[in-house]
Design a protein around this ligand. Sequence first.
Ligand SMILES: [Zn+2]
Length: 168
Amino acid sequence: MVDVYIFGILWEEIVNWFLVQPIYGQILVLVGVIALLALAVVIVYYVLKGVAYLVYYILKGVYYLLKGLGLLFYKAFEALYYAISGETKPESSTPAQEQQAAPQVEKQPEPIITVQKTYQTIKPDVAFCSECGSKFSESMVQTLSNNGFVHCIHCGKGFQSRSMPIES
Ligand SMILES: [Zn+2]
């Protein structure tokens, strides 16, 4: 057997010391160990979370930095191009577009039609009416599998198979 050392103490010595303790002492030690483990797990969790956030914001920062640099280079080359070619830079059309923006048409919210579901969805293997408790007849099961829906022949409650939803 391999001797395991924890903080320079032999594991077997720890076990032997633990076993000679009175029962409440053992319980206290166990509670303490569990509390320490829980604390360690919580600390590890928050450390990992912090690291993940850090990495996320670093990547985000790098992304915006590269985006800004790209835009800067683009503008610089654009200006250089117009300076060399002597062409006049076409006016940006954004302000005109902004002025042309049509007044916001108030959209009337679509009236929500509540469709009352008269069919209860059931699994194909369920063969008893939930309303009156009578067993589905052969013809009812057949109708259910053929049409996807069926009405109880005893109480008239509607059922539909799960695979074929019905808009009533
Ligand atoms: Zn029924």
